[in-house]
Design a protein around this ligand. Structure first.
Ligand code: GLN
Length: 481
């Protein structure tokens, strides 16, 4: 048995039946993780000693008769979530050397459930990007479509799970950063409803858009992680007090022959427009046929303001990131370029510590918030955001979930479009709407192109419609290769 290739469900089974120990499982993962760093570079930090110590403790607890939802299961964490005692850099040079002084709420919940923290996955710097190439520590390579980007910004998490360098991982999604890399690496990724999962202890990207979510090999694994990380947190005022169902029961009552019976899937016309790669289109068409075969119904719907999604997102998100990154001034966190003059110190620290994409977004965000431009850009973007939200509400009045591609095209070669920010921004066209609206979505694998590149499909459900997502995704999930 190749332990590093297991799913959460398989790992738990083996641990519970005593087929292997958590130390053996963790060691097997560390071996492949370390061996793959030179070419895939999924991780920015690997905590081998820490993970093995946690694993030994989990084995002792299990031997003493304890069992927990994730006891002894190792997980990879995106480098923007605080895990006490481990470095936390958001893949930025400005945070090099910073060690997390506390656990983010999602981490505390995983720890209480018995999970082991293997290491920190690479990402676009401060989660700004779609390729993981803006990382201050070098890019990650797609482990399936070799030579290509893994997607981003949670590209390290996606590459780790897709390349069997982790059992499962957490990512964060501000405009597609869980779903897009999941699609490019052939895995499952969930962007929960805004307010479903606590953001406390996550390095903020754009606070009104960010959500943490699971990145896994199967739909069931994603549901297992959602059970653990969801729920109200007094430390995050935007987390909602909404009961957490057992997500693994979402598909339990489904008719085995017609699991989608009674469900209507909206097909948003605007998400199937020009510029969709023919193979990506073909996979979505195949998914539509499977919906029918599994007892579901399709319905054409419209999200009329979709064309404003990208400009609206890039105004709202840059405004928020410019404010959130103001705290990185060389005084409180991470790196400092010492100077006698404090203003000069801020400037030099930020000039040296931030990469080009971060600077571009801070400039843009500062501009759209500045007096004289605020009404023309930021205020107007907020209004359009409301229209986009209403588009989704209206579409959901006619269907249970939306079905669409995740990204317009499969993973592209590393290095291509790197100097073309607009080209990168446009690749988020099918994911940002969900974040602007606040609803939930899942990306699941749909197939592999002729050139061997994974392609996913996206299901979108209303606020707190995660049970609908899991039920539909479980039915549409393809058997694992
Ligand atoms: N690719 C998008 C961006 O560059 C999304 C990022 C994210 O979700 N963190 O902003």
């Amino acid at each position: 048995m190749e332990l590093h290739k297991l799913t959460i469900t398989e790992a738990l089974k083996g641990l519970r039946e005593g087929v292997f120990t958590s130390v053996e499982l963790t060691q097997a993962l560390i071996n492949v993780m370390e061996a793959s760093q030179a070419d895939i570079h999924a991780y920015v930090t690997i905590d081998a000693a820490g993970a093995l110590a946690q694993a030994a403790e989990c084995d002792q607890r299990r031997a003493a008769g304890e069992d927990l939802p994730l006891l002894g299961v190792p997980i990879a964490i995106k480098d923007n979530m605080n895990v006490i005692g481990q470095p936390c850099t958001a893949s930025s040079r400005i945070l090099e050397g910073y060690v997390a002084p506390y656990d983010a709420t999602v981490i505390a919940k995983l720890r209480a459930a018995g999970a082991i923290f293997l290491g920190r996955t690479n990402m676009d710097e401060f989660a700004l990007g779609s390729t993981t190439q803006t990382s201050g520590f070098g890019p990650t390579e797609n482990p399936v479509a070799r030579g290509c980007i893994p997607g981003g910004s949670s590209g390290g998490s996606a590459a780790a799970v897709g390349g069997d360098l982790a059992i499962c991982a957490l990512g964060s999604d501000t405009g597609g950063s869980i779903r897009q890399p999941a699609s490019h690496c052939g895995i499952v990724g969930v962007k929960p409803t805004y307010g479903r999962v606590s953001r406390y202890g996550i390095v903020a990207c754009a606070s009104s858009l960010d959500q943490v979510g699971p990145m896994t090999k199967t739909v069931e694994d994603a549901a297992i992680l959602m059970n653990v990380i969801s729920g109200r947190d007094p430390m995050d005022a935007t987390s909602l007090d909404e009961a957490v169902p057992d997500y693994t029961t979402a598909w339990k009552d489904a008719d085995p022959e017609q699991p989608l019976k009674g469900m209507t899937f909206g097909i948003p016309t605007e998400y199937y427009g020009e510029g969709l790669d023919p193979e990506v289109r073909a996979f979505t068409e195949a998914a539509k046929e499977r919906v029918i075969a599994l007892g579901g119904t399709l319905k054409e719907v419209s999200l009329p303001h979709s064309e404003y999604g990208i400009p609206t997102y890039y105004i709202c998100m840059t405004a928020e990131i410019s404010a959130n990154l103001a705290r990185f001034d060389g005084v409180r966190y991470g790196q400092r370029v010492p100077c006698d003059d404090v203003i000069e110190q801020y400037k030099r620290t930020r000039a040296e510590g931030f990469g080009a994409e971060v600077k571009r977004r801070v400039l843009l965000g500062t501009f759209v918030l500045s007096s004289g431009y605020y009404d023309a850009y930021y205020n107007r973007a907020q209004k359009v955001r409301t229209l986009i939200r209403r588009d989704f509400d209206q579409a959901f009045a006619e269907c249970d979930a939306l079905l669409s591609p995740v990204t317009p095209e499969p993973a592209w070669p590393l290095g291509v479009y790197q100097d073309d920010p607009i080209r990168n921004y446009l690749s988020d066209v099918l994911t940002v709407g969900v974040n602007l609206a606040g609803c939930c979505a899942i990306a699941i694998p749909a197939g592999t192109t002729q050139a061997g590149k994974p392609v996913g499909i996206q299901l979108i459900a209303p606020n707190f419609g995660e049970m609908t997502l899991f039920k539909a995704a479980k039915a549409l999930e393809l058997p694992r290769a």
